[in-house]
Ligand binder design. Structure first.
Ligand code: ZN
Length: 493
């Protein structure tokens, strides 16, 4: 069976060929999850071997070898698998499938004029060294090109379509985000840019009950995948689901490979007995269940846009009878990454200023602002009514002075009691600091926003000031000092 390419896939191949003709050896092919990266790569491999050349497809996990091999079988591409003890060991085949882990261990890269490196946003040393040699054409595949320095490894990027375009064309599923609750992450220690696991899991455990309840409410009984902080949290989620009569399976690293393979095989069946997978990271790469109807985010991520988009993307495959994918966010991730993922889904990696996308605070576009519907908890773009339940937002002109801050009139519904209690105290502090009510309002909002990275739930004018506690006064002092320092710095340079 030949490979029939979609128009944008053909365009991608054309651009890759142009880059190679222009003398480039290392090319990054960036395509959204579900856009058929493997199909496009398979076409390239097929074309290469038809010219009697050798080529290799490198996967980033040993357990993805068989999956890729099956895809090649489906396309009728003869190939061998380079892996000890594999029955498909056929070194004479021109096409080889192998894992980077196997290559790293052996220290020998298989011969070939073309290497395709799957999930290349994880840059392994073996790959980096190989690419630096320049002795073959190397094409890296990824849906999330956010790794720092990726552009140095692959100087040319081909990016022909975006998630939103694919949704508009019907190649990817539409989605709807509900954000019913989120754990309070205030004060959790940060390790390597992410929240410390154990404490994160403690916080996340507090909303486990909500997760199941909201799935029952919005999940339409569909197949789901649910992210968890760690194995303990995953276990608690599984128990809670089982208690509600929803059969689901824990898909984490401590489950043996062969059991996981069986679980996947069962889950793939249209009438699978398993309703959902609870996973930490095991399913973020190469996990492909098209009829997944619901993605549950229960693992709060602080920085990893990549991880967020990978998980999101799992739900966007289309399947017969699938109308849309429900995203149930119990992690706060959709709010935290709102600007980033909306820009990326709309403009893709081409329009993406990588420095800017990492530094979220610098970019603030009005059209990217979101509202959480207080009625149904749908997270949506700013508009006069909720697109899901039709809830109409009250027109409160008093708080709409500043463009792009419409969010401030909207309840997020999920703030911790602590941050809610702090707002009236900041209002009181600001009123005692400046006489002008307009200035006091702006000051209070700015301080609250900079402290909690979100807007308060109640408008300034409607908030009854409360005497500030020492904690709040100290925090305001700290901020005074920090701003004074920043001003001096700005003045000095
Ligand atoms: Zn609504």
């Amino acid at each position: 069976m030949g490979i029939v390419l979609r128009q944008y896939q053909e365009a991608a191949i054309e651009q890759i060929r142009n880059a190679i003709r222009a003398g480039h050896r290392n090319v990054l092919l960036c395509m959204p999850t579900g856009s058929g990266k493997t199909a496009t790569a398979s076409w390239l491999i097929d074309a290469c071997q038809k010219k009697l050349k050798r080529c290799n497809f490198m996967v980033d996990r040993i357990n993805l070898v068989d999956q890729t091999s099956a895809v090649f079988d489906g396309y009728g591409i003869a190939h061998g698998i380079m892996q000890a003890g594999n029955p498909r060991w056929k070194p004479y085949e021109r096409v080889q499938v192998c894992s980077i882990q196997t290559i790293s261990r052996r220290g020998i890269w298989p011969e070939g004029e073309l290497n395709i490196i799957d999930e290349c946003h994880t840059v392994h040393k073996t790959v980096r060294d190989k690419l630096a040699k320049g002795d073959a054409v190397n094409i890296g595949l990824t849906a999330t090109p956010f790794t720092e320095g990726l552009g140095r490894v692959y100087p040319v990027m081909v990016n022909v379509t975006t998630t939103n375009q694919l949704i508009r064309d019907g190649y990817l599923s539409r989605y709807r985000i509900f954000a019913p609750s989120e754990p309070d992450m205030t004060g959790v220690k940060v390790v390597n840019g992410e929240w410390e696991t154990h404490e994160s899991s403690n916080r996340a455990l507090k909303v486990v009950g909500d997760v199941v309840e909201e799935y029952l409410k919005h999940g339409n009984g569909g197949k789901f995948i649910c992210s968890a902080v760690d194995v303990r949290h995953a276990g608690a989620l599984v128990e809670q689901f089982q208690a509600a009569g929803i059969y689901c399976a824990q898909y984490t690293y401590n489950v043996p490979d062969d059991v996981r393979a069986e679980m996947i095989a069962e889950f793939r069946k249209p009438d699978s007995a398993i309703r959902g997978f609870v996973t930490v990271t095991a399913a973020s790469k190469g996990f492909d269940i098209p009829d997944l109807g619901c993605v549950i985010m229960a693992r709060p991520l602080r920085k990893s846009l990549s991880e967020f988009i990978q998980l999101f993307g799992r739900g966007l495959r289309t399947a017969p009878g699938k109308e849309e994918c429900i995203i149930l966010d119990h992690s706060g991730n959709c709010k935290r990454f709102w600007d980033d993922f909306n820009v990326f889904f709309e403009s893709g990696a081409d329009g993406l200023d990588r420095k800017r996308i990492r530094d979220r605070k610098k970019r603030k576009k009005e059209e990217d602002s979101f509202i959480l519907c207080p009625e149904c908890k749908t997270l949506h773009k700013v508009m006069p009514f909720c697109p899901h339940c039709g809830h109409e937002y009250p027109k409160r002109a008093a708080v709409q002075h500043e463009a792009g801050t419409l969010e401030e009139i909207v309840s997020t519904g999920t703030n911790s009691e602590r941050t809610q209690a702090v707002w009236p105290q900041i209002v009181s502090w600001a009123l005692s600091r400046v006489n002008d009510p307009g200035k006091a309002r702006r000051l209070a909002l700015a301080r609250y926003r900079s402290w909690f990275d979100r807007w308060p739930q109640t408008a300034f004018e409607e908030t009854k000031p409360a005497a500030p506690l020492k904690l709040v006064i100290n925090k305001m002092k700290q901020m005074d000092i920090a701003y004074a320092k920043a001003r001096r710095k700005a003045g000095a340079s």
